[in-house]
Write a protein that binds this ligand. Structure first.
Ligand code: SF4
Length: 360
């Protein structure tokens, strides 16, 4: 009979310690020492062959090999853009697919990871929103997105190439809160991956009740996918706004910012004739006055079948200038990786259509 193994990347540091202590009857000092060694092999050096763990007894190696799975998820497809953006389509053990994207800025970059297969929220401008929600990702599947990217970028040296992690890929992280929280604890641990909370950003479409809990627990940076300056527009493009209104959302984000002493990133994708008028910019300035924040204006990445167009250049420039002249911090994020199916979720859909023989 095949024995189900625990997946290493599901374990937090303290869980690994407890496992070693119980399996080998080790005292606190010894279980800490062993956990520390193994954690460093896996999360500092990127090793996944137990045989390559040095200074570990054969009995411990045998136990780890028999009981714990260190294998990585497989890469189904890798696409590299002319601008350096890399997109991986990962095939999970149950054959579901998720996307992970590396966005370079010079020699370092940011990794965008997914938290769910599909999404329930159906934001109208988002390609992932057109996909059926399948399931939450397990902790190990979230953590492994980073490990795989580090493998592919040979990023196991002391100077990290992947400097920042953003939970902005497929899915709503706060609808998979416990696994997202656990994955952040693993990423934070300074014996291993060592990403401080300031290097991690969790993005939400606006699950208001979860924001305060997260403020006290995960302590990362927070991004709010706002995309509209009032409830009327937001409800048309983001159905979640019917449940959680902008005023409550801004109040929760304001508390988050106070608790963590960090500005909130407001994400705002510019959609032609939807949310890009001068009056929208002025309404947005009023909202920005209610909390410590920075605004990221995003150029819309068009995908087949979407009912929106990107704002034209003059409109983007004008919108940007109105916000900037109000004294608020605003950046304009250019669309990246357009030549490799840049919109979140698009590579997954394309791969599934190919499988069904709908395209070549
Ligand atoms: S923008 Fe985010 S929350 Fe909205 S549908 Fe897309 S993946 Fe889901």
């Amino acid at each position: 009979m095949k024995i189900e193994k625990n997946i290493f990347y599901d374990l937090e540091y303290e869980e690994l310690k407890a496992y070693l202590s119980n399996s080998f009857n080790l005292d606190e000092k010894k279980s800490s020492m062993r956990a520390n060694q193994i954690w460093k092999f896996v999360y500092k050096k990127g090793l996944m062959q137990v045989g390559s763990f040095l200074n570990i007894s054969n009995a411990l190696k045998e136990n780890l090999e028999n009981k714990i799975d260190f294998d990585r998820i497989k890469i189904s497809e890798e696409k590299k853009s002319v601008d350096g953006t890399i997109k991986w389509l990962l095939k999970l053990k149950d054959n579901n697919l998720v996307e992970t994207v590396y966005i370079p800025f010079g020699k370092t970059g940011t990794l965008c990871i997914s938290s769910q297969v599909g999404c329930t929220l159906n934001c109208k401008f988002c390609h992932t929103g057109t996909q059926m929600m399948v399931r939450n990702l397990d902790t190990n599947e979230i953590v492994q997105q980073l490990l795989i990217a580090k493998d592919r970028l040979t990023d196991w040296g002391s100077e990290k190439k992947i400097r920042n992690i953003v939970y902005m890929g497929m899915g709503e992280p706060f609808y998979n809160y416990s696994n997202v929280k656990k994955s952040i604890n693993i990423l934070n641990n300074n014996f291993g991956l060592d990403y401080s909370p300031g290097r991690i950003t969790v993005s939400t479409a606006g699950v208001t009740p979860q924001i305060l809990e997260a403020a006290n627990e995960i302590k990362t940076c927070l991004a709010l996918s706002l995309h509209a300056p009032n409830d009327e527009i937001r409800e048309k493009i983001m159905p979640i706004n019917k449940k959680y209104k902008i005023a409550d959302l801004i109040a929760s984000c304001s508390s988050y910012a106070k608790i963590n002493n960090e500005k909130i990133f407001l994400e705002y994708v510019l959609l032609k004739n939807i949310n890009d008028s001068e009056s929208c910019a002025k309404e947005l300035i009023k909202l920005m006055g209610k909390l410590p924040c920075k605004l990221n204006l995003i150029e819309f990445n068009v995908w087949p079948g979407v009912g929106y167009e990107p704002s034209n250049k003059d409109t983007v420039d004008k919108f940007f200038k109105i916000i900037k002249s109000s004294g608020h911090i605003v950046t304009l994020r250019k669309s990246k990786g357009e030549d490799i199916l840049g919109a979140c979720g698009q590579l997954k859909t394309e791969s599934e259509r190919k499988k069904r023989g709908l395209i070549n």
